[in-house]
Design a protein around this ligand. Structure first.
Ligand code: 13P
Ligand code: SF4
Length: 317
């Protein structure tokens, strides 16, 4: 299937007939981003999914995102064009592991990144995304212990910003972002001394970036730790002519659209998420033609997870 005009016409016509809204994460293939009704980060897409009055949500992203939309809108039909699009970060903690961790810290507040399965969300007090993780943790009374999971780099970032000693962090990671490392960032920053640095907090290099800034190797005001949606907002505001981008490379498409005059360069151009790229033009068309893959969340798990996800979309509005 070529993403040509005939493809676009059929996708849009089928979506119209089915009263479907097309949502695409910022890491999707450019042609998927361009045909979507909304492109954005995890938090923005969750909010749109919750507020939409469409009968069907086609979620072009990974499985936990579609599951989150289904938890928020149990009466809507939610489709993901390929249910095999998982997430290595979501796989880094199971509900059983979380229950065991909670048993070691009775009374602790559990904050789970949205990159988790529905079963883990069902064991969670508040979910967060990279754009509101700091606000979510700051909303918890200071004397309460916090269990933050599953991403260790985002956890370290939140701990640094909130200065919270009673925040315990699970040792999970995203294989794509963990691979964007400190030495690589330091080299790229040295090669591009005038560039701004946009860094996703899931990156292995997020701590190094702040270290470089602390050492004066990079001016501190050039280092920005941002969710994917906040990168787009920041791109429109920045005065730099070059920006080094530390995240999954699908992000470059929205950034270049938002600020065509800026030279956006990937810190690691091999940082591609194979799960995100499973949503191909052919998969999207098949999804609309055949009504698959439909996302179901066990009603009991969804009911237990819903409060945590609703708190997530309320905080940081
Ligand atoms: P955000 O879009 O919320 O920044 O998340 C990034 C991510 O890794 C999603 O898989
Ligand atoms: Fe998961 Fe990482 Fe892919 Fe995001 S980039 S979906 S965190 S594996």
């Amino acid at each position: 299937v070529e993403p040509d005009q005939a493809w676009r016409d059929e996708v849009l016509e089928l979506a119209r007939q089915q009263d479907a809204v097309l949502l695409a994460h910022n890491y999707q293939l450019p042609e998927i981003q361009d045909i979507a009704d909304h492109t954005g980060d995890s938090l923005a897409l969750s909010r749109i999914a919750a507020e939409s009055d469409a009968a069907t949500i086609i979620f072009c992203g990974v499985h936990f995102m579609a599951e989150t939309a289904k938890i928020l809108s149990p009466d809507k039909r939610v489709l993901i064009p390929d249910a095999r699009a998982g997430c290595s970060l979501a796989d880094s903690i199971t509900a059983d592991e979380l229950r065991a961790w909670k048993a070691e810290h009775p009374g602790a507040v559990v904050v789970s990144y949205v990159n988790t399965t529905a079963a883990v969300k069902a064991e969670t007090d508040i979910c967060c995304t990279s754009s509101n993780a700091v606000d979510v943790v700051a909303s918890i009374p200071a004397d309460k212990e916090v269990l933050f999971l599953p991403d260790q780099f985002l956890g370290a970032h939140v701990k640094r910003v909130t200065g919270r000693a009673n925040l315990h962090i699970w040792a999970g990671e995203c294989h794509v972002h963990a691979g964007i490392n400190g030495p690589e960032l330091a080299q790229r920053a040295a090669d591009n001394p005038d560039a701004d640095l946009f860094i996703h907090p899931e990156c292995g290099c997020a701590t190094s970036a702040l270290y470089l800034a602390g050492e004066g190797a990079v001016p501190a005001d050039k280092v920005k730790i941002l969710s994917t949606g906040d990168m787009v907002t920041q791109a429109r505001a920045t005065k730099a002519s070059t920006v080094l981008v530390a995240t999954e490379i699908g992000m470059l498409h929205q950034l270049r659209k938002a600020a065509p005059g800026i030279d956006f360069r990937a810190v690691n151009d091999r940082a591609s998420c194979r799960y995100m790229k499973m949503i191909t033009p052919a998969a999207l068309l098949r999804s609309l033609r055949e009504g698959r893959d439909e996302v179901h969340v066990d009603a009991d798990i969804a009911a237990r997870a819903r409060g945590a996800v609703q708190r997530m979309i309320e905080i940081g509005k």
